[in-house]
Ligand binder design. Sequence first.
Ligand code: 5AD
Ligand code: FES
Length: 377
Amino acid sequence: MIELIDRLAEEHSLSISEYQYLIEHRNQEAAEYAASRARSVSQSIYGKDIFVRGIIEFSNICRNDCYYCGIRKSNDKVRRYALTPEQILQCAEDGYSYGFRTIVLQSGEEGSPAYIDGLCQTVRSIKERHPDVAITLSVGELERDDYEKLYQAGADRYLLRHETADPDLYRKLHPKELSLEHRMNCLRELRSIGYDVGAGFMVGSPWQTARDLAEDLKFIETFKPEMCGIGPFIPHRDTPLRDFPAGGLDLTLFLLSLIRLAVPDILLPATTALGTIDPEGREKGVLAGANVIMPNLSPVDVRRQYELYNDKICMGDESAQCRTCVDMRMFSIGYRVVIDRGDIRRRTKRDGRGVGLANPGSASNTSRTAEEGAVDA
Ligand code: 5AD
Ligand code: FES
């Protein structure tokens, strides 16, 4: 175990089977060792600075029906909302005044022409007022044209979790209209347009095996996204997966450490889902190698309508409260939240980039080619 962790820390690569071995045989000693190496790697690049991103959940209208998600279109218990442009701008203004220099605009997936035009306008307005703010979008699978329009409007980064790198598991978690192949193509398109991209996956989702997670690690290692969001699966009462257990804290922390060792400069959030399954989940995430926190900037009266999973934290807390809360939490473990765009500090040129673009192979190739040592999915 220790030997594999050392090798990962030195070479930033393991085979899928080696990742699987680590996941299956992890114990407390290995987890502590991986966390301490991951912390030093993170500190060698980012010091004890924690980057914050203010998330505005501006609409819960969604055309997708992912089996795990609380705002899936079949959930008719959700009251659908879309903030007006003025409301979104007000949240962004508030965020700026609290020191956020990255604003994340997140919504369900919609993608209509009116939606795209409105979003472009909002991005432009935020950038006009605050050219020093980075804008991250998290709005799902769109047409390449739309990704380009949004980039031209000023968006800098895009979060699109791949959810799982295993095509079979992907099919079990999603209706047939959605495919891993299409999602991976979106990630490649986003990158080729110029966005900094964020991939990511759920930990402990129904039917997931150690092998599946090993494939996720291999994908992250080879694709080298600028960001990677991982958090435990948490059941939502009004979804088909309501009776499955939540993913585990320790496994999520261990995976955070391995991701930090595989891609040292990656921006790695300690996610809200992690904070939901453990009251100190986000602090533990940072101590396992994470360096980003994403507090909620949405108006309090819509937060309940954006419940992706049960018992999501911060439902009643004003944005200002969340901001202070996060400051204090980070201070309590010897870290500090900084006022900064929080761009990636890429230490080495991303060697996988060219191959990935030249070879948009199907997602089902991911594990096979990765195992063979190809640098991209
Ligand atoms: N549990 C944990 N994470 C979830 N997400 C959606 N539903 C759940 C759930 N039940 C995550 C997905 C999605 C992100 C916005 O939220 O990974 O990409
Ligand atoms: Fe929202 Fe702590 S981050 S209250």
